[in-house]
Design a protein around this ligand. Structure first.
Ligand SMILES: Nc1ncnc2c1ncn2[C@@H]1O[C@H](COP(=O)(O)OP(=O)(O)OP(=O)(O)O)[C@@H](O)[C@H]1O
Length: 644
């Protein structure tokens, strides 16, 4: 009866709407609220009601006909406007109205097919909505409902969160903002459900729904929410399309970690969304085309070492730089990675990202080394990591995809090769909102460099920059900023980017410790830190030990075994919450974050000035690598420096 009375004040409602809504009201639900259309006419067609609770916000449409696309877009746009700019997050964060899910409430036995991107429930199973994964806390859900009702745009608030449901006056103020702000900050750190799932700062939020008439790029310093925005954009795109979507990087484990977040944002689109690194994509694609191909990294190492011993080690290149890794990078990143097949092209190449010009005779010697390597490779034969991408590109040029991807997100794009960029571009073309490149020049940890224009990707006018750091607490941010290199930060397309030290930080507090000492003491120091982290209440599962090399990672794995501390190698980490410390190189930690990070850093004393070009290159990369390691920490970071 109470429910009937409450509904009598709104309306007019269809019989189905009345049945479902009064059912909800009669049953009551802790943490849930309804906004029901009142008799005020709406300027445009809107949802009949909104269900708001711990599982998110749902726009309910009572109908037996799937709305035509323009109508559905109209209802969506109306909902996004109604819920826009609600200041319910921390000091800057607002609710992201693009996360509102439209739900068609149909007759129990109707023959309606589920429309893609539109959830469907019936009069009998609407309760499944209450079982949605938690993404708002109870107080915040109530606050959202109150704020929207107070806008008086034609919806009346009926709360399910009471034993006796009753009409609410729509007055704001039941839940104090201060309580929410503090609660939100603590949650952002503890992460029971990540706040970014439903709240973004206004700059981030503006990029979720922005329309781009071609490929776009989001740059910005570490922790500014680039990935988070990309996942929201992809979820929104998923709701508006029916085709394939891909989230990719050069890093093997990162896509799997991000998959979990996306699954919560767009569960209905998982069957057509791939999360995989670009090499896996290329391998599977070539398999499907009947061209199975495996890259053989160990064979590539051996072939290169053989080629070096035959034509490099006693010649001009060894005189310029005896460490052959420098020349391997020259071949991998600047020649093969750029798809260069012709000496003249290499002879005239602007070696972006590398210091020095490298005289023609040296370039000739590099070409001889490459030719020898390629001969060995073809004789054996095997593919290296560039060949796999190149083969996929050739296959695509011969036989393009029948259906392009509706969206491809490339995360950590700064470390992608030019060939990799061409490949992702071939998956989307220049279609509006289809290709999104996300990265930060300051976190480039592989040799070489490029501009997006080198890969033929036009982003003029579609480059965005985020500037506020949401990952690192103040102390961590200050330590990270003190480690920045002196080289100019690039926004990935030639213009100056934003360094972390010039970005704002959102999170106060944190612990950042520096230690320097001898090699014989460093393991003991790590052990002490593990105890400290535990005392601070940070679980092992939220802690990572990051090194620059596999050799160093192996050393600390052995130490963890001795101490009987369980660990998970980052290569195998999928974001699962296990009571194990994560361990691995910084290459595997890119794009991830942890509450605590331990970074033992083995510093090679730099040779006396002036440095050679190769030494400067290496020093710059090491600075970036150490920087990436430290910026993975949210609350606690320990940087231990050992001079070797
Ligand atoms: N508006 C926000 N409110 C709360 N947390 C946020 C917000 N934006 C981002 N975060 C959190 O900040 C961290 C960094 O976000 P994200 O990984 O998207 O940054 P990024 O710019 O891609 O970082 P990087 O370049 O270092 O990989 C994540 O833990 C994310 O959940």
């Amino acid at each position: 009866m109470q429910a009937e009375k409450a509904l009598a004040a709104v309306g007019p409602l269809s019989t189905r709407a009345r049945n479902v809504l009064s059912g909800m009201l009669a049953e009551g639900r802790r943490g849930w609220h309804l906004l029901v259309r009142d008799s005020q006419p709406l300027a445009s067609r809107g949802a009949d009601a909104f269900l708001i609770g711990t599982g998110g916000v749902f726009g309910l449409v009572f109908d037996d006909v799937v709305p035509e696309t323009p109508t559905a877009r109209g209802i969506e746009a109306h909902a996004e406007q109604l819920f826009a700019d609600l200041p319910v997050g921390n000091h800057r964060n607002v609710f992201v109205p693009e996360t509102i899910e439209l739900v068609l409430v149909v007759a129990p036995h109707g023959r309606l097919r589920a429309a893609d991107g539109l959830r469907r429930v019936t009069e009998l199973d609407y309760r499944s909505l209450f079982g949605s994964e938690a993404r708002l806390d109870r107080g915040v859900a109530g606050r959202i409902a109150e704020l929207v009702a107070a806008r008086r745009h034609g919806y009346t608030l009926l709360s399910l969160d009471r034993p006796q449901a009753q009409v609410d006056s729509g007055e704001v103020g039941l839940i104090g903002t201060e309580h929410l702000v503090e609660g939100d900050r603590v949650r952002a750190l503890a992460k029971p459900f990540p706040t970014w799932m439903t709240f973004l700062d206004p700059d981030q939020r503006a990029l979720v729904a922005k329309n781009y008439n071609g490929p776009a790029r989001i740059a910005g310093p570490a922790g500014s929410g680039k990935t988070v925005v990309a996942l929201h954009r992809m979820a929104r795109r998923a709701r508006r399309t029916t085709g394939k979507l891909l989230f990719t990087t050069f890093v093997r484990n990162l896509p799997r970690c991000q998959e979990q977040g996306f699954a919560q944002l767009a569960p209905g689109a998982m069957h057509r969304t791939e999360f995989k690194n670009l090499h896996s994509w290329a391998r599977e694609f070539l398999d499907q085309r009947g061209e199975p191909s495996e890259m053989k990294l160990v064979q590539a190492d051996n072939a290169f070492n053989l080629a070096w011993s035959r034509v490099g080690s006693r010649g001009l290149l060894a005189e310029i730089e005896p460490d052959n890794r420098y020349w391997r990078e020259e071949i991998d990143r600047l020649i093969k990675g750029r798809g260069i097949h012709d000496f003249d092209e290499y002879a005239g190449l602007d070696r972006r990202g590398r210091n020095g010009r490298l005289v023609r005779s040296a370039r000739n010697a590099v070409w001889d080394l490459l030719t020898e390597y390629e001969q060995i490779r073809r004789r054996r034969p095997f593919l290296d990591s560039n060949d796999l991408i190149a083969d996929a590109l050739i296959e695509l040029e011969k036989n393009p995809l029948e259906e392009l991807y509706d969206m491809v997100v490339v995360d950590e794009v700064q470390d992608m090769s030019v060939l990799g960029l061409r490949l992702v571009h071939a998956l989307t073309g220049d279609a509006p909102n289809a290709l999104l490149l996300v990265g930060d020049g300051q976190q480039k940890i592989y040799a070489g460099g490029w501009r997006l224009s080198d890969a033929g990707i036009p982003i003029v006018g579609r480059g965005e920059v985020l500037r506020v750091n949401y990952r690192n607490c103040e102390a961590v941010l200050a330590l990270a900023a003190s480690l920045e290199g002196k080289t100019r930060v690039d926004n990935l397309d030639g213009d100056a980017g934003t360094a972390l030290s010039r970005s704002g930080g959102a999170l106060p507090g944190g612990t950042a410790e520096r230690w320097s000492g001898s090699d014989s003491d460093v393991e003991e120091q790590v052990r002490i830190q593990l105890d400290r982290i535990t005392v601070q209440g940070i679980p092992l599962s939220a802690t990572a030990l990051l090194t620059l090399t596999n050799y160093d990672a192996d050393r600390f794995r052995a130490a963890l075994r001795r101490w009987q501390v369980p660990f998970r190698n980052l290569e195998d980490y999928t974001g699962a919450d296990e009571d194990m410390i994560k361990i691995g190189t910084v290459y595997r930690a890119k794009g991830l974050d942890f509450r605590a990070v331990l970074h033992p850093f083995f510093e090679k004393a730099l040779p006396a000035e002036p440095l050679t070009d190769a030494e400067r290159d290496r020093a710059e990369l090491v600075i970036n690598q150490r920087f990436v390691a430290v910026t993975r920490a949210r609350e606690y970071v320990w940087l231990g420096t050992v001079e070797r």
